[in-house]
Design a protein around this ligand. Structure first.
Ligand code: DC
Length: 222
């Protein structure tokens, strides 16, 4: 049975960690939509375009080709950008890029195409509300700002990405604000989303909870 799982929520809530694990366990295709906005941002920065200049950024749409490959590899015009898109430059600018309607429309079209063939687990901000409104399972994953910043800080340390804890708190708060206040497809829970607060849960506990929710939906669907 082909199904779609949408996981939305604020920055650094651990959505991708959970989505990757559940996808591996169940044989679903994992689609990291944030990586696509990040790759577009990387391209604007490469080109020396000001990410707050909507017109100039949108003018680049026809020349940007973003692909998600197995092994969580992100290609932008054939260049492997998997690592640079996690850096502070991209993180600090991606919310501007993600607020531009024309860029969103172009990337959403790609995301919907990716979800056509296989069972998918897609994480982002607007998956349950806009990209896949008919997804069988919608989860809105949240955690306190402190917990999210702490987790992202440790993750960056492991990956060798230079940053301070204070930088991460500021980045997470800024992105949450811009992502939830933009006019088009803002960050918000779908009315039928299940809220999951992971502040005091381990990764394994969240994975178990998500699997339980999926199992329930599959039973209902039969
Ligand atoms: O999930 P992430 O932190 O990699 O996402 C990067 C940015 O992209 C985030 O600040 C909001 C934006 N985004 C979005 O607007 N819609 C999505 N579906 C996914 C991400």
């Amino acid at each position: 049975m082909k199904i779609a799982i949408a996981i939305d929520g604020p920055a650094a809530a651990g959505k991708s960690t959970i989505a990757k694990k559940v996808a591996l366990m169940r044989g679903f295709t994992y689609i990291d939509t944030g990586a696509m906005y990040r790759a577009f941002t990387w391209y604007c920065l490469q080109k020396g375009v000001d990410c707050q200049d909507e017109k100039a950024c949108c003018a680049l749409i026809p020349e940007v080709n973003i692909e998600l490959k197995p092994g969580y590899v992100v290609l932008c015009n054939g260049v492997d950008v998997s690592k640079p898109i996690r850096g502070t430059d991209v993180s600090g600018n991606v919310s501007y890029i993600a607020s531009y309607k024309d860029i969103r429309l172009a990337l959403v079209e790609l995301q919907r195409k990716m979800a056509e063939k296989d069972s998918v687990i897609m994480d982002g901000r607007d998956i349950g509300t806009y990209v896949l409104p008919n997804a069988e399972v919608k989860i809105f994953q949240v955690a306190s700002v402190e917990k999210r910043a702490e987790r992202r800080y440790l993750e960056n340390q492991e990956k060798g990405i230079a940053c301070t804890y204070e930088d991460i708190v500021a980045d997470v708060e800024k992105r949450d604000y811009i992502d939830s206040h933009r006019a088009f497809a803002p960050l918000k829970p779908a009315p039928d989303a299940i809220h999951l607060d992971t502040s005091n849960l381990s990764i394994d506990e969240v994975v178990a909870e998500v699997n339980k929710i999926i199992d329930q939906k599959l039973v209902e669907k039969k």
